[in-house]
Design a protein around this ligand. Structure first.
Ligand code: UGA
Length: 470
């Protein structure tokens, strides 16, 4: 089938590449000429595991091509996906400028029947407006149908989410368009849920808001765990084992970030207010998300006392692991909080350094080329993003390099016992703190204990001169 994708961002590029992978003929269109030029040379503008290979394979097989011309796409394709950004406005509403512009551009060049599919995340009733716009600007009276087909891929696993989706939602009100959409998705095994357009649009906002709610729920419980000495990991395991609840999205941490959840929760609140059905629960979701970072900072202050002039290493800048995306990243916000308080922050991220530098997101931040360089002489280490790489680092070496062996794990990524056994003072989210005692955690570092399980770390350290404090 011939398919055009207008908008070659995360969703557009990954969707186009995966639809080509299953055998469709796909043309990806973007008005960013340098980006299209780079894509034609095989350069992928984002880091997304597996995407580069899929793009290269399908370009070589002549199933995937790139263009700046909407007309070329509309002329050649039977189904046209709109996958342009829908950025947030300052009041939480959604800026639909790009969607409206693409609808007009399609209308100008539409000559015969086409299925126009909205893949961007949009407020309910946008499909109706897209159809009205195309009708208003098209001079040929061409027939078309508008479909809503929300995307549920996660950054960092976009290719696998696209190739093996949980479900495919198709919102449409025409048999002809539905038949075309079923042909697009024929190579996939996922169940297809057919709805009207408004319901499909709502499904996307409701799904993302529910996932954000789940995260805020567990984060609120983590605060109660901290106050009572309970362990959030065990609590999450206990409630997540109930099939009706499920364990996923119950990992407590610094809160959710990224280009989707914060924007979509705000948009859903704004939509609900606009239609006179305010969704107060989601305001609480936002409040809890914000307070996770504030509580974490308090923990740093309680331990380090004054943050001014403290050398703090931060591991992680991206909004989550396996991406280079630093937009709306809680890690970036946290770094800026620390810098504002006068701390000297050195950060390292396996994929995010470049983007933070390029976008100048953290003025005053020093970027290190490795996790170990970042901790050199640091008075505290903060883990801000859940990169699995960080858990595999030799903490005996980290201990040697740090000035003061204190770790704040904002993502509950590290093995608390193994780290403590190496002599670190260790704090995390919603997990019990050992009681301070004479030799324990009341000083800057506890006496070195040797971990038996952590990659010979104990053995290496045994050869070191024991340090009471540094
Ligand atoms: C999210 C949804 O998961 C996708 O289904 C959706 O298609 C996408 O938004 C979108 O609207 O385009 P994404 O933003 O890529 O995907 O990232 P998630 O994996 O959902 O993580 C979002 C944030 O929640 C991250 O900051 C992550 O660290 C945080 N998180 C996630 C937690 O704090 N705890 C968890 O248990 C899970």
């Amino acid at each position: 089938m011939k398919i055009a994708i207008i908008g070659t961002g995360y969703v557009g590029l990954a969707t186009g590449a995966c639809l080509a992978e299953v055998g469709h003929q796909v043309i990806c269109i973007d008005n960013d000429e340098p980006k299209i030029k780079r894509l034609r040379y095989g350069k992928i503008p984002i880091y997304e595991p597996g995407l580069e290979e899929v793009v290269h394979r399908n370009v070589s097989a002549h199933r995937l091509s790139f263009s700046t011309s909407v007309e070329e796409g509309v002329d050649t394709a039977e189904v046209i996906f709109i996958a342009v950004p829908t950025p947030p406005q300052t009041d939480g509403g959604v800026d639909l400028t790009y969607i409206e512009r693409v609808a007009r551009e399609i209308a100008y060049v539409l000559k015969g029947y086409r299925v126009i599919v909205d893949k961007s995340t949009v407020p309910v009733k946008t499909g109706e407006k897209v159809a009205d716009t195309i009708r208003r600007y098209n001079r040929t009276g061409a027939d078309f149908d508008v479909v809503s087909n929300p995307e549920f891929l996660r950054e960092g696993c976009a290719v696998s989410d696209l190739m093996k989706p949980d479900r495919i939602v198709i919102g449409c009100d025409s048999e002809r368009a539905l038949a075309a959409m079923k042909e697009v998705y024929a190579p996939f095994t996922a169940p297809i849920i057919v709805t009207d357009i408004n319901s499909a649009e709502l499904i996307k906002h409701a799904a993302n808001s529910f996932l954000a709610l789940k995260i805020s729920y567990i984060n609120a419980v983590s605060a109660i765990c901290e106050a009572t000495g309970a362990d959030i990991q065990k609590v999450a395991e206990g409630i997540g084992a109930d099939k009706r609840i499920g364990r996923s999205f119950l990992s407590a941490g610094l809160g959710y970030g990224g280009s989707c959840f914060p924007k979509d929760v705000a948009a859903f609140i704004s939509i609900s207010e606009e239609i006179g059905e305010p969704f107060a629960l989601l305001k609480e979701v936002q409040r809890i998300n914000q307070s996770q970072r504030t509580r974490f900072l308090r923990k740093l202050r309680d331990t380090l006392w004054v943050l001014k002039e403290k050398r703090i290493a931060v591991w992680g800048l991206t909004f989550k692991a396996d991406t280079d995306d630093v937009r709306n990243s809680v890690a970036v916000d946290l770094v800026n909080d620390l810098i504002r308080e006068g701390a000297q922050v050195t950060a390292y991220d396996p994929k995010g350094n470049e983007k933070v530098r390029e976008l100048n997101l953290c003025p005053g931040l020093r970027l290190a080329d490795s996790a170990l360089i970042a901790v050199q002489d640091a008075e505290a280490l903060v883990v801000a993003t859940e990169w699995p790489d960080f858990a595999a680092i030799d903490f005996a070496e980290v201990y040697r390099r740090m000035h003061t062996a204190i770790v704040f794990d904002g993502r509950n990524l590290l093995d608390a016992d193994a780290i403590r056994n190496l002599g670190f003072q260790f704090y995390s989210i919603g997990r019990p703190q050992p009681k301070a005692n004479g030799n324990g955690y009341s000083g800057l570092v506890s006496p070195i204990k040797f971990a038996t399980s952590s990659k010979n770390a104990g053995e290496k350290l045994r050869q070191e001169v024991s340090r009471e404090s540094r």
